[in-house]
Design a protein around this ligand. Structure first.
Ligand code: NI
Length: 259
């Protein structure tokens, strides 16, 4: 039996309103024993914690996503902070920077990113980092934070170059791969995935977005993480079972509260 850990999902979102318990059951049947639900706002973080409370094997990350920071109301950050004591909260985020969408002024994104990184260093909880079209800004922010202490976290749904991956690895971060690594044209990304040190590799779906081949175009769900794991196993020349065990061990080390 496989034991996979889907380290990035948005199962709280309305795409799963109709059949969430079935989605979680299908994941378990596919060997996905653990799922991280990642908040994007105060409300979504609370929903993630509620799901983690209801379902064994489900854990929560709490934070305010860069694309939602502009909508945050006064008090929302306090709501996130309040959730930290909950034993099923295993990470902070989703945080990071995004120059692809223009939903939040960039300076405000940077302020929120800094807040999450600082909180991570204060609490020891790892950060889940989103980076889109802004490699240099992300690296700059990470290097700055690294001056105050070690970094703990994951570059989620990684899609940048090996040079960027290497800098993140040097700062102690893990690298998470999602469905994009299975897309036909993404040979360069598969080459990056092949090079990441075994002890820093994570696997995720980013459900409901960007389902892996052969489910591409469908709503993504945690059960499909097996396809991404299969792709990673293939590019690294190892058995799926071995890849599953390796990435799950890594996730349990990073998200240490997720037993
Ligand atoms: Ni996400």
């Amino acid at each position: 039996m496989l034991s996979l850990f889907d380290t990035h999902t948005h199962l709280d979102q309305e795409e799963f309103a109709e059949d969430r318990p079935k989605v979680i059951r299908r994941a378990r049947e596919a060997g996905v024993q653990r799922i991280l639900v990642v908040g994007i706002s105060a409300e979504s973080s609370e929903a993630a914690v509620a799901l983690a409370q209801q379902h064994p094997g489900v854990f929560a990350a709490v934070g305010i996503h860069p694309n939602y920071a502009a909508q945050a109301r006064p008090g929302d950050w306090q709501r996130v902070l309040k959730l930290l004591e909950h034993p099923r909260v295993v990470a902070l985020g989703e945080t990071g920077l995004d120059r692809h969408w223009d939903f939040t002024p960039f300076e405000l994104q940077q302020e929120y990113f800094h807040r999450h990184l600082e909180l991570s260093q204060q609490t020891g909880l790892p950060v889940v980092i989103h980076s889109r079209d802004c490699d240099q800004d992300i690296l700059q922010a990470l290097h700055q934070a690294a001056r105050s202490g070690p970094l703990r976290g994951v570059m989620h749904s990684f899609s940048s170059s090996w040079a960027v991956a290497r800098e993140c690895l040097e700062m102690g971060l893990y690298i998470g791969f999602a469905g994009m690594v299975t897309f036909k044209r993404n040979d360069a990304l598969r080459a990056v995935a092949a090079q990441v040190p075994a002890e820093r590799l994570l696997v995720e779906t980013d459900s409901p977005y960007l389902a892996p081949v052969p489910k591409r175009g469908k709503r993504n769900e945690p059960a499909y993480v097996v396809h991404t794991a299969q792709c990673l196993a293939q590019v690294r020349g190892m058995e799926l079972e071995h890849l599953a065990r390796l990435t799950t061990d890594n996730a349990l080390r990073l998200f240490a509260r997720a037993e």
